[in-house]
Design a protein around this ligand. Structure first.
Ligand code: ATP
Ligand code: MG
Ligand code: ZN
Length: 251
């Protein structure tokens, strides 16, 4: 498909105007648009979520308590976006059961910020670890600098499904160092997880409570240090118990 050429600058990115015989150039508005389009295309957002936005996030209709709690969640995200980048805590951590819209809202936030000109990258946690591991040279102990550096350096990092991986020392070290680095440099991290955490109101226990969502605690999967940094740097967004949207949509 042919790229439409901007009618104002004819694709040069500069608008030339002539006033009193003197010509001057000023940056064309299309620059911003072209930049955010390119940033979005390179952000690694999975196809399923390329349209995810806050505006198309639907509040549950049949569950008043769930609806009110979800409206609160949306408000927290909107507030974060409005205040960005001047924030007490530079990150957002979505915690909750599968299908409650964590990835949807996390991507919506990322897309919003990219459209404002910030650079952001989406990483599936498992994928990121696989990429780092595949570049891990057992002999030299050197890890794949590229995937690893990208996770450290990205202006905004979205880590989706944090902890969805069996913990090993190696995983724990890697995640701790990524989160610590980002925390120390106040680099925004948006993360989602369906693991439990006492600070998000989850109790250790069994019975009914235990099969609400994962029986694992965040700390058990990513380690105590990474977990503690994460809570230090993120506003916590606890998703209410609402019906799995994937199931709701099929009905
Ligand atoms: N409230 C909502 N309004 C519109 N679409 C939604 C809503 N909640 C979820 N969805 C859609 O339902 C699907 C599942 O949601 P999503 O992937 O965000 O869930 P999740 O909480 O990340 O689940 P998991 O823990 O399994 O990763 C996605 O396609 C998402 O866009
Ligand atoms: Mg998800
Ligand atoms: Zn232009």
């Amino acid at each position: 498909m042919a790229e439409a050429v901007c009618a104002h600058c004819h694709g040069t990115g500069w608008k030339i105007s002539v006033s009193e015989g003197v010509s001057s150039a000023e940056p064309c508005e299309c620059r911003g648009e072209a930049r955010s389009k390119a940033l979005l295309a390179n952000a690694g957002i999975p196809v399923n979520y390329t349209a995810a936005s806050i505006d198309n996030f639907v509040l549950p209709r049949d569950n008043p308590a769930g609806r009110a709690a979800m409206a609160d969640v949306v408000l927290t995200v909107r507030t974060y976006l409005r205040e960005y980048p001047v924030l007490d805590r530079p990150g957002l951590l979505f915690i909750g059961s599968p299908g409650t819209g964590k990835t949807h809202l996390a991507v919506a936030a990322l897309r919003h910020l990219i459209q404002r000109g910030f650079e952001g990258l989406f990483f599936d946690y498992q994928n990121l670890l696989d990429q780092i591991r595949s570049g891990y040279d057992k002999g030299s102990g050197i890890i794949d600098r590229e995937a690893y550096r990208t996770a450290l350096d990205a202006e905004i990092l979205l880590l989706d499904d944090l902890g969805a991986h069996r913990v090993t020392d190696w995983v724990e070290d890697t995640v701790t160092s990524i989160i610590t680095y980002r925390c120390n440099h106040r680099k925004p991290l948006i993360a989602t997880t369906n693991l439990r955490d006492p600070e998000a109101g989850d109790r250790r226990g069994s019975g009914l409570d235990a099969d609400i969502h994962s029986k694992f605690f965040l700390e058990e999967r990513i380690g105590m240090r990474a977990r503690s940094r994460l809570f230090e740097m993120c506003r916590i967004v606890r998703m209410p118990q609402v019906e799995d949207y994937r199931i709701r949509r099929r009905q």
